[in-house]
Design a binder for this molecule. Structure first.
Ligand SMILES: [Zn+2]
Length: 163
């Protein structure tokens, strides 16, 4: 099976999310917008409690978990946020690629990239169809070490080798 080289896809901006919601006739309320903004400010996936803490800092008031979970549910429904199962954390995502591609997650610094793998997605669909299976949700998480962390580790080794 040939797989084209993965290309990193960027997260949508809040403006893009607002346009998507407008096109779909759904309301990106101020709270939903702020939840997305705060999430975009994280370096990688954010756990719910981290998100709640950051939101409270931003708003300067208490925010109940149910309120945040409702906003996250909405954002997930529209592909603007994806739940990273292995970390029980949330990541901004692009609705064009949600349910496709894969997430690369760095175990060291927590950074994450969403990559598009159209050929692989087509293969999954083909194999599932052969089994008469309809895929409802597909999230692929690949854990490892990002380029920057590998470089930092290599630099560290070089330094340690010096007399
Ligand atoms: Zn890293």
């Amino acid at each position: 099976m040939l797989v084209s080289p993965p290309s990193a896809t960027s997260h949508p901006s809040v403006a893009v999310a607002a346009r998507i919601c407008a096109d779909r006739g759904v309301n990106l309320t101020p709270l939903r917008r702020i939840v997305l903004e705060v999430l975009l400010g994280f370096h990688g996936p954010a756990r719910a409690y981290e998100l709640i803490r950051a939101l409270q800092d931003r708003l300067g008031k208490q925010v109940g978990p149910p309120t945040v979970y409702r906003a996250l549910d909405f954002l997930q429904q529209h592909g603007l946020v994806t739940r990273i199962e292995s970390q029980n954390a949330f990541l901004p995502s692009s609705p064009d690629t949600v349910g496709r591609g894969a997430f690369l997650l760095c175990n060291d610094c927590g950074t994450s990239f969403q990559i598009d793998m159209t050929d692989l997605d087509a293969e999954f669909s083909r194999h599932a169809a052969l089994q008469g299976f309809q895929i409802a949700r597909r999230i692929i998480e690949l854990q490892g070490i990002c380029r920057d962390c590998q470089r930092a580790a290599a630099d560290h080794l070089v330094r340690d080798d010096r007399p």
